[in-house]
Design a protein around this ligand. Structure first.
Ligand SMILES: Cc1ncc(C[n+]2csc(CCOP(=O)(O)OP(=O)(O)O)c2C)c(N)n1
Length: 332
């Protein structure tokens, strides 16, 4: 198991702009989503990714369009970083037909086959065996593709996590496991759910190549993900990355946050992945405050456009309620 030490990485302007824009889009898109939830435009569940943006954005840098992504229910960031359009995600959360899952999935079930983004899954740990299935299909067809599977620390308390690690290692499946360790599963701190709270060694004990990265540092995540994706793509079997991160907001829109102190949240906020990456870019004189202002304007326009798109979207007619639920006509 490797625990890479932090180095001051060099960043060039285009790269810096791309990473920063993606993280900013996620942050602003979600701030708007929270507002729209309070206004009851978005219904159902809503789990925000604030604070964890560096994980999705860093990991996606290492993937190609042919790779597959299997995500969690806290997946707006993963979907946006993968390139699922903000319009289609917002329309989905509005429940409109133009949504990426035709308005039937909502926040937890974003899906876009063209982007090879295979959910969004309300079942904690539910993506793990799906990812193994995608990877097995690729292995059987001799395709050099990676299936990247995101999951939270909550999933690692489940049996399916260990079964998935075991099978992926046994069959040398091309899976890039990305653990988003934000220290809490809803209101349960990791130490209350795990006899041994250090998770990476558990993956290593299954014979899976494992590393730990600072999930608040987008460049560190990208570097680890590139190492992992290359390892997997070259046919060496699965790779596991624990990204140590933190969610700044409540678990969902209904959470009094009695399980952690404000001081703890404030401490982590000082490590904001967006602010710290922007500071690094400024230190290296590749980006300026003016660049940030322009990015903010650009991202705000994209988010406003997504809201307008969702508002103008269409509701599915009630007569269609059972479509896609039961098979239509006689099966051939
Ligand atoms: C199989 C299953 N068990 C329980 C739940 C209820 N539940 C919803 S979110 C959650 C916590 C998940 O925590 P984690 O995997 O760490 O993800 P995070 O919320 O931190 O992103 C639980 C237990 C569920 N959705 N699915």
């Amino acid at each position: 198991m490797k625990n890479k030490t932090k180095q001051t990485a060099k960043v060039d302007r285009d790269h810096g702009l791309r990473l920063l824009r993606k993280m900013l889009l996620i942050r602003r898109f979600e701030a708007k989503s929270a507002e729209l939830y309070s206004a009851m435009k978005i219904r159902g569940f809503l789990h925000l990714y604030d604070g964890e943006e560096a994980v999705a954005v860093g990991v996606m840098e290492a993937l190609t369009p042919e790779d597959a992504v299997v995500a969690t229910y806290r997946e707006h960031g993963q979907a946006l970083a993968r390139g699922v359009s903000a319009n289609a995600i917002m329309a989905e959360m509005y429940g409109k037909q133009e949504g990426c899952s035709r308005g039937r999935g909502g926040s937890m079930h974003l899906f876009d086959a063209a982007a090879r983004f295979y959910g969004g899954n309300a079942i904690v740990g539910g993506g793990l065996p799906l990812a193994l299935g995608f990877a097995l299909a690729d292995a059987m067809q001799g395709k050099k593709r990676v299936t990247c599977c995101f999951f939270g620390d909550g999933a690692t308390a489940e049996g399916v996590f260990y079964e998935s690690l075991n099978l992926a290692a046994l069959w040398r499946l091309p899976v890039l496991f990305i653990l988003e360790n934000n220290l809490y599963a809803m209101g349960t701190a990791i130490c209350y759910a795990h006899a041994v709270a250090d998770i990476a060694p558990k993956a290593a004990s299954h014979g899976v190549q494992t590393e730990i990265v600072d999930g608040m540092d987008v460049l560190a995540v990208e570097k680890g993900a590139r190492r992992g994706a290359e390892f997997v793509r070259e046919g060496n079997g699965p790779y596991f990355i624990e990204c140590r991160t933190y969610r700044f907001r409540a678990h969902s829109m209904f959470d009094a946050e009695l399980y952690r102190t404000r001081a703890e949240v404030e401490k982590w906020r000082k490590r904001d992945p967006i602010a710290s990456f922007f500071d690094l870019c400024k230190e290296q004189a590749v980006l300026s405050d003016a660049d940030m202002e322009e990015l903010e304007r650009d991202v705000a326009a994209e988010v406003d456009g997504a809201v307008a798109f969702a508002e103008a979207g269409t509701w599915e007619p009630v007569e269609d309620l059972t479509r896609y639920v039961y098979s239509e006509g006689r099966p051939r």
